[in-house]
Design a binder for this molecule. Structure first.
Ligand code: LLP
Length: 419
């Protein structure tokens, strides 16, 4: 079931909403999300693990819009957070603190204090200095911090180097061979309690094998830690499940779930999963209007009103995003470059792409933009951030207004000596 599809008349709809009408009302560029798709993805993922006690902690870095978080909270999701800002958003959206895990190599003491104040399920610690800082903060507050140790299982996730995190040379996690010693340090501190072991080997994984290898290593460690007297409450396998960006076959949550649940059979630990992209990636598009079609010798540039500041993935990772015309005519495709207005050659959504001929004023949809889209957007070139719209059936709502020009300069001030 696809919630972004062309109807019989060739009009692209998000669920029951005609995107031409939506663009006329809200303007462009605009991120459009399908509530039904998000809900389906969440449920399919959650059900894939129903054979074992588990908690789905949505990796909100993928898309932290408050409406999406609120809906996921209503469905029972927890959150994987990586900053004090994400903690704030998660709590605002009604995600219970005891369903929140806090990841990241560089938590500040203020962020640790906020997490302890809220009562998060665990702080996933990634180094000894971080552990020492956490012990200090917890001691000052007279609390016992619940710690999960993030280990680096040293497996090759076979994904883009920028989003692979499980190799020995990456900055993430502690080496497996140091984990027992660090666990002993945790035990020695009256202000720390080891409750879990955690890993996350990378993102956009299209091969389950490295994930299963990582789980094997983590479970062996958990067995050792149990033998050493630690009561491990949970095993956190991180996120990373890949999604189809161009209709390719990717592993289904059910496959991952079946394999993981089988491996966990009879074990007492709760499973934690931190999916991000697989929940929201294909639940969103970036709706954009064609400004100009520029023909130079040998190349045709379709210049659209969205740019790399709105969706950075093609520029940063050379990521492929399908581009669909919002009104399909059936005319033979031509080969074009789809580019934004920003003053950089890297501001290119697609190069040498076969696209139905479009003209100024036409709309296009950059597909699979629900994950790592708006959240990675900036105001580069002083372009206000795009609006975000959530669709449900034939209803739609602006869930974040387009940034206003005033927003661009908010907080700026000229120094007093200018007077
Ligand atoms: N847990 C941890 C600790 C993570 O670092 C990440 C993603 C996730 C979970 C969620 O991974 P997912 O299920 O979404 O693959 N900006 C890049 C992706 C960066 C991912 C960073 N960590 C992109 O646009 O492809």
């Amino acid at each position: 079931m696809f919630h972004f599809a062309h109807d019989e008349e060739g009009r692209l709809c998000a669920e029951g909403v005609d995107l031409e009408a939506l663009a006329a009302a809200v303007g462009t560029p605009t991120f459009v999300y399908s509530q039904a798709t998000i809900e389906r993805h969440y449920r399919v993922f959650d059900e894939a693990f129903r054979g074992h006690p588990h908690l789905v902690c949505y990796a909100m870095k993928a898309n932290s819009n408050g409406a999406i978080l609120r809906r996921l909270a209503q469905l029972g999701a927890g959150a994987d957070i990586v900053s004090g800002g994400e903690l704030y958003r998660a709590l605002q959206a009604g995600i219970p603190a005891d369903r929140v895990v806090f990841s990241g190599v560089g938590k500040t003491k203020d962020e640790m204090a906020a997490a302890l104040e809220a009562g998060v399920l665990s702080l996933n610690v990634e180094s000894e200095p971080e552990l020492a800082a956490l012990a200090e903060v917890a001691a000052q507050r007279g609390q016992v911090a619940q710690v999960a140790l993030r280990v680096n299982p040293d497996v090759d996730a076979k994904t883009h180097p920028y989003i692979a995190t499980g190799l020995r040379e990456s900055k993430f996690g502690v080496p497996l061979e140091d984990a027992r010693r660090i666990a002993a340090d945790v035990k020695a501190s009256p202000h720390l309690k080891l409750v879990g072991v955690d890993c996350h080997i990378g993102s956009q994984l299209v091969d389950l094998e490295p994930l299963m290898q990582a789980l094997t290593s983590v479970l062996a460690l958990v067995d050792d830690l149990r033998a050493a007297g630690h009561q491990i409450h949970h095993v956190d396998l991180g996120g990373g499940l890949g999604i189809p960006y161009r209709g390719e076959a990717t592993p289904q949550p059910a496959e991952l779930g079946a394999a993981v649940v089988a491996k966990m059979a009879g074990r007492p630990e709760t499973l934690i999963l931190e999916p991000g992209r697989v929940i929201v990636g294909n639940a969103g598009i970036l709706l954009s209007r064609v400004l100009y079609v520029k023909r130079t010798q040998g190349r045709t540039f379709v210049i659209v009103d969205a740019a790399m500041n709105d969706l950075l993935r093609p520029s940063l990772y050379k990521a492929h995003h399908e581009i669909w015309p919002v009104r399909r005519t059936g005319a033979p495709e031509e080969v074009v470059d789809v580019v934004g207005p920003i003053c950089e050659t890297g501001d290119t959504f697609a190069r040498d792409r076969a696209l139905q001929p479009v003209a100024a004023g036409d709309l296009v949809a950059v597909m699979s933009a629900g994950a790592y889209g708006f959240v990675m957007s900036s105001t580069y070139n002083s372009r206000p951030r795009a609006a975000e719209v959530l669709v449900s059936g034939d209803r739609w709502a602006v869930v974040r207004a387009r940034e206003r020009l005033e927003g661009l300069v908010e907080g700026e001030a000229a120094p007093e000596w200018f007077e």
